[in-house]
Ligand binder design. Structure first.
Ligand code: PMV
Length: 332
């Protein structure tokens, strides 16, 4: 049965950065994220027992469906092979996918993409996995953060201990606490170093162990702040955590610099907004773009101020999302 799933991207408040098993995306530490609403991937999966290989198509912004680059195709095919193995099926697929936002720019398009792929494939095969199993299947695509994109609201992905137990769990549903994420796009091109490479190099940073020691307290603080809907407690920790990720990246050997001049400009603006009484805190995943998190009453001020910045090319106004859905409009 041809099936189309829409899965959201997410922004990590506590980051997955460094894996104990990169192949299976088993993280060194737990992570916590907020699911987004307007940044999402759509994926249509059509089981095709007549095909000898999986066919993969990608639609770039406003464009036609076309075969994507070799690397992307290989990642998708590897994931489909894993999904076949995990579900005991043999048929090949024709799949098409698109993103509602810039791909590979550090906005978690692989998280939403692999979550959508796992959702659409299992549904197309007539399988109804539990949320935990779905999260695990999404994670196995290689983008670990996909594990958090199969549910809405605020989500925690514990580190393990065993592979079978390494799946995300909901912390607080969307609608119980709506936060805004004004994303400042300072660079919408693909990033030079993939997250996969970043995870691998993270362990070479002399500060990696120190980060691992700090992250447990930070996880406790962020989890408690979310459950208690305590904005004053949440904001400072997420910004500190984001700086830490980039500190590890910049001190890896060889170093990785995701930041661009615009990243620093936005970080400075967010500090100035706070000094002027607008409560907003910044976080970045593995890329130059900055997610400015705030409460709904501050969103207009944050958006207006970001738009004025020379280095900010555009903004996306996003917020707490409700999670994946299935849609009737197929891409194929
Ligand atoms: O899921 P991956 O392998 O694309 O890595 C995600 C890395 C970060 O976005 C930087 C952090 C996170 O937890 O989402």
């Amino acid at each position: 049965m041809k099936t189309t799933a829409q899965a959201p991207s997410n922004i990590a408040f506590i980051k997955y950065w460094g894996a104990r098993d990169l192949d299976r995306a088993l993280p060194c530490n737990a992570s916590i994220s907020m699911t987004l609403e307007r940044c999402f991937s759509r994926c249509t999966v059509e089981p095709r027992p007549d095909l000898e290989h999986d066919e993969v198509l990608f639609r770039s912004a406003g464009g036609e469906l076309a075969p994507p680059g070799e690397h992307f195709t290989l990642r998708v095919r590897r994931h489909l092979t894993r999904l076949r193995r995990a579900t005991g099926r043999e048929e090949h697929f024709r799949i098409a996918t698109e993103n509602s936002f810039p791909s590979a720019a550090g906005l978690a398009s692989s998280a939403s993409g692999f979550a959508a792929l796992a959702l659409a494939t299992t549904r197309a095969l007539g399988i109804e996995p539990s949320n935990g199993e779905l999260s695990r299947l999404a994670r196995l695509g290689g983008s670990g953060s996909a594990a958090r994109s199969v549910m809405g609201g605020y989500v925690e992905w514990p580190a393990g201990p065993e592979e079978e137990e390494c799946y995300a769990v909901p912390l607080l549903a969307a609608g119980q606490w709506d936060l805004c994420d004004v994303i400042a796009l300072v660079d919408d091109g693909p990033k030079a170093t993939s997250s996969l490479e970043g995870h691998r190099l993270a362990l070479t940073s002399p500060y990696f162990e120190t980060r691992q020691r700090c992250v447990t307290d930070r996880l406790d603080a962020v989890r408690a702040a979310i459950v208690d809907r305590d904005w004053e407690r949440l904001g400072p920790v997420i910004e500190e955590e984001a700086i830490d990720l980039h500190l590890i990246a910049m001190s890896s050997r060889p170093p990785i610099f995701y930041w661009k001049p615009g990243t620093l400009q936005v970080l400075e603006v967010v500090r100035r907004l706070r000094a002027d009484g607008v409560s907003a805190w910044a976080t970045m995943d593995a890329g130059a773009n900055v997610h400015v998190i705030c409460r709904p009453e501050a969103e207009d001020d944050v958006a207006a101020c970001l738009k004025l910045q020379r280095e900010v090319r555009s903004i996306i106004r996003d917020g707490t999302g409700r999670g994946p859905t299935f849609v009737e409009e197929h891409l194929l």
